[in-house]
Design a protein around this ligand. Structure first.
Ligand SMILES: Cc1cc2nc3c(=O)[nH]c(=O)nc-3n(C[C@H](O)[C@H](O)[C@H](O)COP(=O)(O)OP(=O)(O)OC[C@H]3O[C@@H](n4cnc5c(N)ncnc54)[C@H](O)[C@@H]3O)c2cc1C
Length: 248
C-alpha cells in the first residue's frame, strides 16, 4: 500500500503498487484477499479507479457499517502494508478509446469508480468522444471525485455531468435532488444527442437493475447496456422507487 487518501466521510482511495506491474482496461477490477492470523480468509472485488497509465492503481473503497472487508481497509490497513491482490479481471464492463461513443455512464455511490476510470482514459488519450455521466450520491459531501468531475464538466464540452443527491438537506446550485428516474435518463440521452453506442451502469445491485430498466424503457437496446453489480439486496425485494439510490 503506497498511499491512502480521504475522499468523502465514508470513502477512501487506496493507491497500491502491484508487485508485478500489469496493464488493464478501464472498467476492470481486482480481487483482494485478506487472511487473518488464524487462517480465516475473506475475498472481495474492487474496481480500478485510475486510468491505465501509472505505476500504482487506485482502489476506492466505501466503508459499509456492517461490512467485513471495507471497515478493515478503513481502520486497519496502513501505508506500507502488503495487500494480496489478483487481477486485472473483467472482459465485459470495459471501454477503450477505439470503442468510440457516444457513451452513457450511470453510477450510484461507489459505482462511479470504474466509470471515472473510463473518463480518465478518455482524457488521457485526448479523445472527444461524447460522454454523459449520471451520478447518484447521498449528499454533496458524499460525491466521490467531486472536484475532478465538476471541473471536467465545466472545461470539457464533450463531457456532461448530471449529479443527483438523494439525501441532501439543502439545495446545492446546479445539482439535482432526488433519485434517478425515467426523466433523468431521458435528459441524459438528449444531452448525448442520441442513443449511446454503449451504456455502463454500476452500483448496488438494486440500483443497477432499476437504472437498466429505465434505459430499456427509454429505447436503449439491451445489447448496448453493460452492467456491474456491487452487491446488496436485489430490486425485486425493494420498492423500485427506492432502488435507484446509492444506499448501502
Ligand atoms: C466487480 C465488483 C467491483 C466492486 N468495486 C467496488 C469498489 O470500487 N468500491 C467499493 O466500495 N465496493 C466495490 N465492490 C463491492 C465490494 O466487493 C464489497 O462487496 C464491499 O466492499 C462490501 O464488502 P464488506 O466485506 O465490507 O461487506 P460484506 O460483509 O460483504 O457485506 C455487509 C452487508 O452489506 C451488504 N452489501 C454488500 N455490498 C453492498 C453494496 N454494494 N451495496 C449495498 N449493500 C451491500 C451485504 O449484503 C451485507 O448485508 C465491488 C463489487 C464487485 C462485484
Amino acid at each position: 500500500m503506497e498511499r491512502i487518501l480521504d475522499q468523502t466521510p465514508t470513502v477512501k482511495s487506496f493507491f497500491v503498487r502491484p508487485a508485478n506491474p500489469f496493464t488493464f482496461v478501464a472498467g476492470q477490477h481486482v480481487d483482494i484477499r485478506l487472511t487473518a492470523p488464524d487462517g480465516y480468509q475473506a475475498q472481495r472485488s474492487y474496481s480500478i479507479g485510475s486510468a491505465p497509465n501509472g505505476e500504482t492503481i487506485e482502489l476506492v473503497i466505501e466503508r459499509l457499517e456492517v461490512g467485513e472487508v471495507s471497515p478493515f481497509f478503513h481502520e486497519v490497513v496502513q501505508v506500507g502494508d502488503p495487500i494480496e491482490m489478483r487481477g486485472p479481471i473483467g472482459g465485459h464492463f470495459n471501454w477503450l478509446p477505439e470503442d468510440g461513443g457516444p457513451i452513457l455512464l450511470v453510477g450510484g455511490g461507489s459505482g462511479v469508480v470504474p466509470l471515472v476510470s473510463m473518463l480518465r482514459e478518455r482524457q488521457l488519450f485526448n479523445v472527444d468522444t461524447p460522454f454523459v455521466l449520471v451520478y447518484s450520491a447521498r449528499t454533496f459531501a458524499d460525491v466521490i471525485f467531486r472536484d475532478e468531475l465538476m471541473r471536467l464538466a465545466d472545461a470539457d464540452r464533450g463531457f456532461s455531468l448530471i449529479l443527483t443527491l438523494t439525501r441532501e438537506p439543502g439545495a446545492v446550485p446546479g445539482v439535482r435532488t432526488g433519485r434517478i428516474d425515467r426523466a433523468t435518463i431521458v435528459e441524459a440521452l438528449s444531452r448525448l444527442g442520441g442513443p449511446p453506442r454503449l451504456a455502463f451502469i454500476c452500483g448496488a445491485t438494486a440500483f443497477v437493475e432499476v437504472a437498466s430498466m429505465f434505459l430499456v424503457e427509454a429505447g436503449v437496446p439491451a445489447s448496448r447496456i453493460r452492467t456491474e453489480r456491487y452487491g446488496g439486496i436485489p430490486a425485486e425485494k425493494l420498492d423500485a422507487t427506492v432502488a435507484v439510490a446509492p444506499e448501502q
